[in-house]
Design a protein around this ligand. Sequence first.
Ligand code: IMP
Length: 498
Amino acid sequence: MAIYLNDVSRTFGEYLLIPGLTTKQCVPSNVSLRTPLVKFAKGEKSAIELNIPLVSAIMQSVSGPELAIELARNGGLSFIFGSQPIVSQAEMVRKVKKFKAGFVVSDSNLTPENTLADILSLIQKTEHSTIGITDDGTPNGKLLGMVTSRDYRVGVDSHDAKVKDLMTPFSKLTVGKLGMSLSEANQIIWDHKLNTLPIIDKDQNLCYFVFRKDYDSHKNNPHELSDNSDKKLLVGAGINTRDYKERVPALVEAGVDVLCIDSSDGYSEWQYETLHWIKENYNNQVLVGAGNVVDEEGFLYLVEAGADFVKVGIGGGSICITREQKGIGRGQATALMDVAKARDAYFEKTGFYVPICSDGGLVHDYHMVLALAMGADFLMMGRYFARFDESPTKKLRIGNNYVKEYWGEGSNRAQNWQRYDMGGSESLKFEEGVDSYVPYAGKMKDNLKLTLGKVKATMCSCGTLNIPELQNNVKITLVSSTSIVEGGAHDVILKEQS
Ligand code: IMP
């Protein structure tokens, strides 16, 4: 006979938090959101601690280098998507690792032989008005000059005028040397009253621009997640159980900080083998998470295989149709509470704490607090991040609204069949995800400020100042469907609808 689980499979919207005593210390500015990312022994600290408990989903439509840089600058971490060739994924990792706050690789470049017409069309495309003039028109070619809006007059100068006759030539530029610190660069900008300082190497090749306007924005990122020794931003990457013997070495070589095996159903011998291979071949020096699972057995299996963290969640993602297609999964809240119990028991028994990540299905900001309170150490989100400027997808206007594209890894569009691999040589025959739009929401930083403000305020209402306190002390209640209705505005005529 089948084994029946008697508990109903529930999700976040069915629970509420009961306020605890809010002491005078419980103010949002005192709340810490620091949380462990990878396994650690009792009494020790996790090798990586996130400054905010958020990571971005291993998805083409979410985690490219631009989003990874911005999320790390705000204290979280991205896992660069693995459903792409090894070389391009490694290049994306390298791009994040190379990022130096305030040092920007020039995205607008021309050669001296280009014309004013080329300048104007480039500005329209990139919306940046500082153009590096290099011998070959590339971002790292030999620097021969610079063009800014002060170098030409639209309507006066001919559109055929050559860049070489308009640009400020190299001999008149003030430049900085590769290797200088941001504060040294800012000092030169200040002393010479510059707007932009090109940074060159010993062969006069353009490496970066440092902009005066970025000086303040750098000071705005106190939670940046970077390596203590070299200050490089931290970044993760998704891998699969097929080509890991080639992919992992390339990602490690590119400087990746942590890996995650990406699969819709992680309770498999394929994941066991992959974890074993990585741990053995890298002498336990490469950190790797695994998943996804929804119960104790799945969790323990991956932990025994060497997982440094375990992802929880099957079928709850906003773009996910796995439950409809295969009838597998579990309500996210129930899955999370079950796995959290297993993690705590494992810690008690062995002295090793293996963090768990709640992946998918977080819709409202308060769901994040609920997920943390139910035992998640950190949260993975796709839809949430896909809405921002920094996600790699197109922004479109539909009717009167701006939207961004967001598609599942199991959709035909992503073609990430390894994620849904059931072994054997057959490729997948049906989709487990959809192609969709999400409402455009602007810059990540503004949204995070609001979201984390709400998270901290809720934690204060619960009388807790950090995530472990939330997990150990908070009271959670199941709500009836009638009280869910009571939770929204009701029995009034909303002004915007009248
Ligand atoms: P969201 O935050 O609710 O949008 O969920 C994102 C999560 O959905 C990801 O981190 C994946 O675990 C999962 N996911 C991504 N693509 C697919 C898909 O095509 N089908 C099912 N689940 C997916």
